[in-house]
Design a protein around this ligand. Structure first.
Ligand code: T5A
Length: 209
């Protein structure tokens, strides 16, 4: 009998290799006989992609921390209701490039909002839906910066372009989530070659296949 469809999120700082690895992870799951929907946050639905533009474009001061958190929660609400839950209900796996933990890390620890408030917004917007498993890609800061710079030059978005202290807080938050929820959140060493990282990602969900 086929195992049940799972909801996975992939998290980590900018340039850690999330988008690159998700394709390989989806292929490994498809090879095991499942349908897989790959999506991203902010975004994934028409409405949430429109909110993505509002969030990532424009001046650094465009939004305050609270309005930013509300916009992420609104985008996620639409994403969960119109894409993630229906796909899971049809027996498809869903892999989301970022999800709630990004709001907890960037708008919570990074921007100084309370974790309990972020979780409350998630309860209101998305009925508290959590991934079955979260793969947290971890890469030394210098290597992540090198990878992101090779790809983008100096063109960071509104949030990626924040200072080192902000990104340190984000990184520490992700680490804390893995310690607090070891069954859900698995740290993946993102250093090394594409194939090495892909093998670590596949191993972290092999118990589901
Ligand atoms: N955000 C998001 C919040 O603040 N709150 C939230 O709730 C949410 C959901 C989203 C921004 O929004 C913030 C976080 C972000 O700042 P985004 O454009 O979606 O921004 O970008 P990111 O999610 O940050 O992802 P990036 O595209 O910057 O990084 P990835 O996906 O981790 O990295 P990737 O795969 O593009 O790889 C980077 C480069 O490295 C190379 C790739 O080819 C690429 O060039 N690479 C490797 N090079 C060598 N060896 C390997 N093993 C490599 N793997 C990849």
């Amino acid at each position: 009998m086929m195992a049940k469809a799972r909801f996975l999120s992939v998290e980590g700082g900018e340039g850690a290799g999330k988008s690159t690895q998700i394709g390989a992870l989806a292929s490994a799951i498809r090879d095991a006989g499942y349908e897989v929907v790959v999506t991203r946050e902010p975004g994934g639905t028409e409405g949430a992609e429109a909110i993505r533009q509002l969030l990532l474009d424009g001046a650094a001061t465009r939004w305050g921390a609270r309005s930013e958190a509300l916009l992420f929660a609104a985008a996620r609400s639409d994403h969960v209701e119109r894409l993630i839950k229906p796909a899971l209900a049809e027996g498809k796996w869903v892999i989301s490039d970022r999800f709630l933990d990004s709001s907890r890390a960037y708008q919570g620890d990074g921007s100084g909002l309370n974790d309990a408030d972020i979780l409350k917004l998630h309860e209101i917007g998305s009925q508290g839906l959590l991934p079955d498993r979260t793969l947290m890609l971890e890469l030394p800061e210098d290597e992540a910066n090198r990878r992101a710079a090779r790809r983008d030059g100096n063109a960071a978005d509104r949030i990626g372009g924040r200072d080192r202290i902000f990104h340190h807080r984000v990184h520490a938050a992700f680490h804390r989530f893995a310690q607090q929820e070891p069954h859900r959140v698995k740290i993946i060493d993102a250093s090394g070659t594409f194939d090495e990282v892909a093998r670590r990602m596949a191993a972290a969900i092999s118990d589901y296949l």
